[in-house]
Design a protein around this ligand. Sequence first.
Ligand code: BES
Ligand code: ZN
Length: 598
Amino acid sequence: MEFKDPASYTDLTQGQIKHIDFRIGVNFSTRTLDVEARYEMQEPVRGSLHLDSLKIDLKEAQANGRKLEWEFDAQDEILGERLHLKGLEGDSTFTLVFCTSPEARALQWLNGSQTAGGNYPFLYSQCQAIHARSIFPCQDTPSVRFTYSADVEVPQGLVAVMAAEQVGVQEGDALSVSKRSGQNVFSFKMPQPIPSYLFALAAGNLVFREFGPRTGIYAEPETIEAAAWEFAENELKMVEAEKLLGPYLWGRYDLVVLPPSFPYGGMENPRLTFLTPTAILGTRAYTSLITHELAHAWTGNLVTNATWQDFWLNEGWTTYAETRITEVLEGREVIDLHGVYNEKRLMAVMEQIGIDSPRTCLKLPGDEKDADSFTTIIPYYKGGFFLQECEYAVGRERFDAFIQKYMASFQFQSLTTEAFLDFLKAELPEVFKKVDVHKWIYEPGLPEERHRPKSRLFDDIQKVLNDYQQGIRPTKEQVVGWHRYQILSFLQGLPRQIPVQDCQYFDDLLELEKRNDVAFFYYFYLVCIASGYEGILPRIERFLEKNGRILYVRPIVHAMIETEWSRGYVRPLFERIRDRHHQITVNAIERLLQKAGL
Ligand code: BES
Ligand code: ZN
C-alpha cells in the first residue's frame, strides 16, 4: 500500500536516508548553523530525490565528485520548500553544504540576558513535530529512521550537547571543523536509528553532574545544584521503567535544563531529555514529567508513530506507561488522583474543541498538515484511558506480557494506528469483545461505557469546592499538606468568575508566589482574568515574558483575548516579548491574535 505522510514531501519510492555525517559550525553572531552533511541512502538512487527543507540556504550539492543540480520546487508556509535534487546516477551517497536561516523554525538563539547566568549565549533546538527540516534537508517524517554522527563547533567557553553519544571533545586551538582557533569541537554519534524529529542540539554555558552509572544532568552552573537535587531519583526511575517496558536500548539517560522560554515541559530527545527549568520546584513534586519523558524512550523513540495523525501511539502509550511507573513509585492513591484530574482536564478540552469534533478522535483526520496545531492533551489522556481499558479487559498480567512483546516486536520501527490494531487483535483478541475499540479510536468524544476514575484525595477537594459554592472559603488548616495534584484540582475546579477579594485570598492561602509552580499560576491567572482582577496584570505580563510553555501560554493569551478588560493589552504585550520566545510559541500566539482580528 502506498504510504503518505501529509506533513512531508517525502516520496518513499525514491529511497530512504540511512545515515548522515554532519559537520556543524554554531555561529552566534549570524544566528546560523554552517553545515556540511554527507548523506548515505539505503539503496542507490536514480534520477530525483525530494527532501523537506525550510529556509535552508543551499550552497553546494555533489555526489561522487559530480555537482548536482537542484531546485526548490514546491513551497508551502507550513511544510516549507521541497528540495528537488536532480541527476542522481545510482548514487548511494551525496553531500550538501548549506546554512540555516536565522529564522530556522527549530532553533532558538538566546542572548545571555535570557539565561540563568546572564552572560553566555544559548542555543537549543526543538524538532518535533516538523521542524528538523529547518536545520537540515531531510525526509522529515517519523516513518523514516537514520543514524548519524556530528562534529559540532562552538565558541570557546561553551559546551555543545546532542541527543546522541558524546565521543570526543577538542578544546581551544585543536584542529577544528573550520580550522578556526578559539573554538571547541564536540563529537557525537547516534548509532541507533532515529526519526528526524528526535534530532536535537543545544549549546551554552553548561556543566554536568552525575546521578548514577547511566544518568546525569546538564545545566548552567547557576541551576545545577537545585536541578541535580530535584531529579536525583532518575536512576531508580530507569529501573522501574525497564521492568515495565523491557531493556533500555539507548545507553545513557541524561537531562539538559533549558531556559524557561522552552516551549514544552519536556522533550524526549533520545539519551538526553530537554527540560523546562520550571520543573525545578525544590520539592520533587513534579518529577512525573521525567517519568513521562523517560517512558518515551520506549513509547515514541523505540516504537514510533508513523505519521502525526497517529500521535496518540506516542503520547497515549506514554501517558499509560507514566501512570504505571508512578503507581510503583508514588502509590495507588496518587495515580487515582491523577486519573480524576486528567479526566476532568480531558473533558474540559473536549468541550472547548467541540465534543463532536474529529479533533477529539484518537486517529486524527488526514487533511491537517500543521502537526503542531493539533497537539492537544486529547491523545495523551484519551489514549491513556483507552489503554487502561484494554488492560482491564484482559487483566494486568496478560497486558504486561503484551506490552513487552509490543516493544520487542516493533523496536526501532514506526507504525500506524491500523498496524497497532492488527497487532492487538492478533495478540489479545478478547479486548475487541469487551472494549469498543473502533469507537475509542475513530469516533469523537469519550465512550459512555468505560471505567471512571475515582479518588479519595480528589473527593476531599470536591468537598472544599462544594463548600466554597456555598460561600465557605477553605482555611489554612484545611489546605496544609495538600498534594500538588490536589492544589491543581482545587484551582481547576474553581468557578471561572469569583470575587476579586477571593482571588487575593487564594493567592495567599495557597502561597502561590512562594511555590512558584507555573501550573498553579496557569489556573489561577485564568480565574483572575475572567474575574476582572486587573491588579494581576503585571504578574501575568512577567509570566508571559519569561515562560514559553505552549500548554500554559496559549490558553492564558486566549483568555486575555476573550475578556473585555484585558483584550487591548495583548497585541502590545506580544510585540514587546516576541523576541524572547521560540518561534513555535510565537507562531501559536500570532495565530490566536490573527484569528481574533488583533
Ligand atoms: N513530545 C512531547 C512534546 C511535544 C509534543 C513536542 C508535540 C512537540 C509536539 C513531550 O513528551 C510532552 O508531552 N511534553 C509535555 C509534558 C508531559 C508531562 C505531558 C509538555 O511539554 O507539556
Ligand atoms: Zn510526551
